[in-house]
Design a protein around this ligand. Structure first.
Ligand SMILES: Cc1ncc(COP(=O)(O)O)c(C=O)c1O
Length: 453
């Protein structure tokens, strides 16, 4: 590509040496590319709770990167584990050969997971974890001679990454509408979000548990013998922080069990301390059959995801000749040595520093900080759980998302990183956040909300 094609191209940029001269070639994901390339927000270093921007400012990280850097930035133990791994073994083939650290990490993850969820299949991302879980569910029924179970049930507003499986069971219109007919045989529960009933609830809403009964209706409509699995996020994050009403997840579990349907929890953001517990399953005391994980597994230092499966599911595949491959699925980088080393060190950091406990203890202070925003202009709901907040703003008529994006930009200029998803601002800081940093985050946010048009 010729450099003349770039609007950001200059021969030299002495004032900001960390900004590349030409930003054009990178087609950025889930980003307003033209806007960004005119006004780049480049993060060039990070330590603890802060990023350093290309113009030398400290930015308080209110979002743990993208819900992933739970251990905080630049943790010396995790950095050292990755550094030492790259010098020892950079890659080992993932099919028919292995390396010790992926096994060690799988044991640690299985120990942390709810009882009975004992097997870890590695992927490189949450999206791959979701597609893997869906494939395992289909194949599980088939190897047991129940091959008519091919349907999935997801939920409106669900976010399960961007693979074809994930967008099919997901329920975010913009993520689906461009991509054709998607997977066959998918149906959706309605979203549980209801401002009329639940606005300004602290923690889990009391209203809405009955919405799980809709699963009974869908199951009856399709016939249970056609349904492979139901997939939901215990707490929906990327779609704007939607909490499960009390009793809702228990009821989904009950209906799935009654009809021989697998329940998949997508724990890509709820795993690894975000709710003040190991997983959403533990937090809500509901055990799924399959769990997807990513993000906090390595604190985002190296990409890695996975599926944790119940023993019965793994065991169902372990028949036939011992020298035959049992599951025709996997990725070149499944269980990559750098990711495995990062994962081991990350889980050790969580334990040694008691970070899940810390998140649980901070959550009341966090909740008060979130709900202190009540009454500020344009706010129509405030939601919280663990170290997550959702701040819903009323959309500008005819310009959905504009108010949220504008607030995100102004917060960035003021030195705090928040995430806007439409007109909902989502917060999910590293679990190492201090009370004074919570104060700073919400003070700046409040000032900027007051100035919002
Ligand atoms: C619940 C959930 N599932 C899946 C994903 C996709 O993960 P990734 O972006 O690593 O593919 C995300 C990402 O935010 C998520 O929140």
């Amino acid at each position: 590509m010729s450099s003349s094609s770039s609007s950001a191209s200059t021969n030299s940029m002495p004032a900001a040496p960390s900004l590349p001269n030409d930003l054009e070639a990178h087609w950025m994901p889930f980003t307003a590319n033209r806007h960004f390339k005119k006004n780049p927000r480049m993060l060039v270093a990070a330590k603890g709770m802060h990023y350093t921007s290309h113009d030398g400012r400290q930015i308080l990280d209110g979002t743990a990167g993208l819900w992933c850097v739970n251990a905080g930035h630049g943790h010396p133990k995790i950095v050292e584990a990755i550094r030492s791994q790259i010098g020892e073994l950079e890659y080992a083939g993932a099919f028919q050969t292995g390396h010790p650290k992926s096994f060690q990490l799988a044991g640690m993850v299985a120990n942390m997971a709810p009882e009975g969820l004992d097997y870890v299949f590695y992927t490189n991302s949450g999206s791959e974890a979701v597609d893997t879980a869906l494939k395992i569910a289909l194949a599980y029924h088939r190897v047991r001679g129940d091959a008519s179970r091919t349907r999935f049930i997801g939920r409106e507003r669900g976010y399960h990454g961007v693979g074809f499986g994930g967008i099919s069971v997901g329920g975010i219109v913009n993520n689906r509408k461009f991509y054709g007919p998607l997977l066959n045989g998918v149906d959706h529960l309605q979203a549980t979000h209801n401002l009329g009933q639940n606005a300004y609830t602290r923690g889990q809403p009391a209203w809405g548990g009955h919405l799980a009964d809709e699963l009974e209706r869908l199951v009856a409509f399709h016939d249970p013998s056609t349904i492979a699995a139901v997939i939901v996020e215990p707490v929906a994050g990327s779609t704007g922080v939607l909490l499960p009403p009390k009793g809702y997840l228990d009821r989904l579990r009950e209906i799935c069990t009654n009809h021989g349907i697998l329940l998949i929890f997508d724990e890509v953001i709820t795993g690894f301390g975000r709710l003040g517990s190991s997983f959403g399953a533990e937090h809500f005391d509901v055990t799924p059959d399959l769990m997807t994980i990513a993000k906090g597994l390595t604190s985002g230092y190296v990409p890695m995801g996975g599926v944790i499966a119940k023993s019965e599911i793994y065991d169902a595949f372990m028949s036939g000749p011992e020298n035959a491959i049992e599951l025709f699925h996997g990725y070149t980088y499944s269980g990559h040595p750098l990711a495995a080393a990062a994962g081991i060190a990350t889980l050790q950091v969580y334990e040694e520093e008691g970070l899940f406990q810390r998140a649980a203890e901070l959550s009341a202070y966090w909740e008060d900080a979130v709900h202190a925003l009540k009454g500020l202009p344009h706010i129509i709901d405030l939601r919280n759980i663990g170290l997550i907040a959702g701040i819903e703003l009323e959309p500008i008529v005819g310009k959905p998302g504009a108010r949220g994006f504008d607030l995100f930009l102004r917060c960035y200029e003021r030195g705090i990183l928040v995430r806007s998803t439409g007109d909902i601002v989502a917060l999910s800081p590293p679990l190492i956040i201090e009370k004074k940093q919570i104060d700073e985050l919400f003070a700046i946010l409040a000032e900027e909300i007051k100035k919002t048009e």
